[in-house]
Design a protein around this ligand. Structure first.
Ligand code: PMT
Length: 415
């Protein structure tokens, strides 16, 4: 990215306020990083601590980090009056992370005896609860029943994860990572007020891998970043998102249903399985046009020079996006081109039955494969091409969703 033409940093939570409730657990150090991530995403973060949390993390740490207020002591005469009520009212989401067994019980029973539980009582915003405790504690019927109660009332339960526990050993009970905590808050806000609530969008990401033998494949340079960015943007706006990807599940994918695939044929099947009732398919994946005619069952040996090397016979893959035929599904393709960008991209619109196409010149170093930014042109069959400046892939995703929502074929909903 050149100094003269930087892509603005995406701020998916610009204008939002998140209250972070921290309860007593050694994993509270992760909530510090989560607060930073939420503010990096554009939110103003208020923090409420239980007395136990304040023993693990000095409140000064949060005071130095966040733009919002930090509530520690209900009886502090220097704190604003009714601070918990103000923090609860202005929150777009409340994220309780870590949520100890005691805090979960208090939230479930409506007991408000510290800044976290009182603020939770004072808010109408979506509640995200991220449990953290020893695995035996987590497995207790009382803890599970409290979590079920919170879920039934609409709370989002985020985690826990399996791994090393402070109590020794490893098991289910670890607080999820800060990137997932921030993603859970974004997802909860989207599901509550996002403009894509009630919609289902399928996104594909990554390059397909067409196996030659158990260790080699025909593939390409796609990292999956572009598709993941579209999926995150759709999730943040409240859509149900199915991400069909050849890459491992991306960090921060809370709220996104990830369907791992390898080959073009697997991708086609995964899309077909998800397509019923979906509103749109955004095909950012780089699909191999050809695959080996046969996949060897064991590793192929190097051929000696006398045999003239190896010849790989390829057969054509289906055109995946063209082959998907579902009522009301708007299809958005990408075109990865190195020359004649507009003409080559436009030719694909009719051929593949697309609502519009996202053309990117993959010969540029700051666009296309693997980088975090892209420079794209959106075009349909007849209109003027819409040239976007260099943007982070997340913001390219936002622009694609805007175009989808204003497309005449976008299915209208009465509710
Ligand atoms: O993953 P990144 O590293 O972030 O890189 C992003 C990207 C460069 C891969 C992405 O921006 C992009 O351009 N994706 C489409 C790549 C591609 O396959 O382009 P294409 O022009 O060959 O195909 C046109 C469209 O048809 C694409 O939407 C493609 O997914 C689809 N296709 C292609 C072949 C095929 N057999 N079936 C398909 O559905």
């Amino acid at each position: 990215m050149s100094q003269a033409d930087p892509a603005p940093i995406p701020r998916p939570l610009r204008g939002r306020r998140v209250t972070l409730g921290v309860s007593g657990s050694i994993s509270a150090y992760k909530s510090v990083e989560a607060a930073r991530r939420l503010e990096d995403a554009g939110a103003i973060v208020d923090v409420a601590l239980t007395p136990a949390a304040a023993r693990f993390i000095p409140p000064l740490t949060f005071r130095s980090l966040v733009q919002g207020e930090v509530a520690v002591d209900l009886w502090d005469p220097s704190a604003p009056a009714e601070q918990h009520v103000a923090m609860g009212r202005r929150a777009d989401a409340m994220l309780v992370a870590p949520a100890s067994a005691t805090t979960i019980a208090n939230l479930a029973q409506g007991i408000g005896d510290n800044p976290v539980t009182l603020t939770a009582l004072a808010t109408d915003a979506p509640l995200v609860v991220a449990p953290a405790m020893d695995s035996v504690m987590y497995g207790q019927p009382s803890v599970q029943a409290n979590l079920e109660l919170l879920k039934a009332r609409g709370a989002f339960i985020a985690g826990p994860a399996t791994g090393r526990l402070a109590s020794g050993g490893s098991g289910l009970g670890r607080l999820i990572e800060p990137v997932e905590l921030a993603a859970a808050a974004r997802s909860a806000i989207g599901r509550t007020v996002g403009v894509l609530r009630g919609r289902h969008i399928i996104v594909t990401a990554g390059g397909t891998r067409e196996p030659i033998d158990p260790v080699r494949y025909v593939g390409n340079h796609s990292s999956g970043k572009m598709g993941v960015a579209v999926a995150e943007a759709a999730r943040d706006q409240g859509a149900a998102v199915t991400l069909v990807t050849t890459q491992p599940p991306p960090a921060g994918s809370y709220g996104i249903v990830v369907r791992p695939v390898g080959t073009a044929l697997e991708m086609q099947e995964a899309i077909r399985n998800a397509a019923r009732g979906a509103d749109a398919l955004v095909m950012a994946a780089a699909v191999a046009d050809y695959r080996p005619a046969e996949t060897a069952e064991s590793k192929l040996k190097k051929q000696d020079a006398e045999t003239g090397g190896m010849t790989l016979e390829l057969v054509e893959n289906p055109d995946v996006i063209a082959s998907i035929d579902a009522p009301h599904l708007l299809k958005v393709g990408f075109a990865a081109e190195t020359d004649d960008l507009i003409a080559n991209a436009r030719a694909k619109i009719e051929k593949k039955g697309l609502a519009f196409i996202v053309a990117n010149d993959v010969s540029q170093s700051d666009a296309g494969f693997q980088v975090d930014t892209n420079r794209v042109v959106l075009l349909d069959e007849s209109g003027e091409p819409e040239r976007l400046p260099l943007l982070h892939k997340y913001d390219v995703g936002v622009a694609i969703l805007e175009r989808l929502k204003s497309h005449p074929g976008w299915p209208q909903r009465t509710s």
